[in-house]
Design a protein around this ligand. Structure first.
Ligand SMILES: Nc1nc2c(ncn2[C@@H]2O[C@H](COP(=O)(O)OP(=O)(O)OP(=O)(O)O)[C@@H](O)[C@H]2O)c(=O)[nH]1
Ligand SMILES: [Mg+2]
Length: 317
């Protein structure tokens, strides 16, 4: 299939075409790259309709179950949902992709849902430039919501922040006791905290966790952040989350959000490309310097400095 054919399929919300597109974009083969770029270009012209929401949190906190219950509520209203589940363990155990799919079993049966687990390949947490490109394909397919599941480790929360408009952090009841252990950065960037598993024996602890995070979330007086108690099992808290999301998007221009996102990811792409080009061009020289250092040259620092000075002079010419 050509890029144009895949694009035509995507525009008709044909999920098979969308899957093909995603596979093409994810491909590491050089010969797929120009097709992939053509497809992304075509899709980008169509894009800018979707609401993008990141769902982050520690392993096992209930992200997939939340997405399933939440996604089903959208689908129930006739809205379409694309889920990109970043699976941090899939590179280690092949079975976990199936695990995630199963947890969204009901959602995956809906005509209005597209669920795509992505292997963690590029960066910490699995979010990288290809996730941004895939999200553009989903936008072109006209999904009302793009939900991105990511484990809040390392750089992934920053990447998720720049992939999405809204960042939801799911918390385990009792998580407040170890507030210090949750990465400071992730608490700062979250727009909404959801204390999950507000059911059975977890209830009391969930309430305590809510109060702890409420103090944290509203430290800044103008903050509009909230902490919501939720149970995927009891379908508790769904309305509160939906209301928060509506309020969040009120008065926001999706086009502006898109421009900011494009600027971030395309600058990343540019930087990555420049480094790759430069490394390719100077490979021999770099290898020569490294092998001299490995052989124990007396004073290795000037070697590196002189090389960089020459490079700078050459690029100024
Ligand atoms: N009691 C209770 N258990 C829940 C709730 N939501 C999820 N769970 C359970 O928590 C466990 C983990 O749920 P997942 O949705 O797979 O969690 P996750 O955060 O996606 O996990 P990873 O993707 O592996 O990081 C499962 O056994 C769920 O059944 C809830 O609202 N209440
Ligand atoms: Mg999961």
């Amino acid at each position: 299939m050509t890029a144009r054919e895949i694009f035509e399929g995507i525009r008709k919300k044909d999920r098979l075409a969308l899957s093909k597109g995603v596979t093409l974009v994810e491909s590491l083969r050089d010969e797929d790259r120009s097709q992939a770029l053509e497809l992304i270009g075509l899709c980008h012209r169509e894009a800018m309709q979707s609401r993008r929401i990141a769902i982050s949190g520690s392993p096992g906190v209930g992200k997939s179950t939340f997405i399933e219950s939440f996604g089903l509520s959208f689908v129930g209203k006739g809205e379409s949902v694309a889920v990109l589940a970043i699976d941090p363990t899939s590179s280690i155990s092949k079975g976990s992709i199936l695990g995630d799919k199963t947890r969204m079993e009901e959602l995956s049966r809906s005509e209005l849902a597209f669920i795509r687990p992505s292997p963690n390949r590029e960066e910490a947490g699995g979010l990288g430039i290809s996730s941004y490109e895939i999200s553009i394909l989903c936008e072109a397919a006209g999904y009302d919501y793009i939900l991105i599941e990511t484990v809040g480790v390392g750089q992934s929360e920053i990447a998720a922040r720049y992939l999405c408009d809204l960042f939801i952090l799911i918390l385990q009841p009792g998580a407040g006791d170890e507030l210090q252990s949750i990465k400071r950065g992730i608490v700062e960037i979250a727009d909404l905290f959801v204390v999950n598993k507000y059911d059975g024996s977890f209830r009391e602890q969930a309430e305590k966790t809510r109060l702890r995070f409420l103090a944290e979330a509203t430290r800044d007086e103008v903050s509009t952040r909230e902490v919501i108690l939720y149970s995927s099992i009891r379908h508790y808290g769904l309305e509160a989350v939906a209301t928060f999301i509506e309020g969040f998007y009120e008065g926001k221009n999706l086009r502006d959000l898109t421009k900011r996102r494009d600027a971030y990811w395309l600058s990343k792409k540019l930087e990555k490309g420049i480094v790759e080009l430069c490394l390719k061009r100077h490979r021999q020289e770099i290898d020569r310097i490294i092998s001299m250092i490995e052989q124990g040259v007396d004073d290795p620092f000037p070697l590196v400095r002189d090389f960089l000075t020459d490079l700078d002079t050459a690029s100024n010419r």
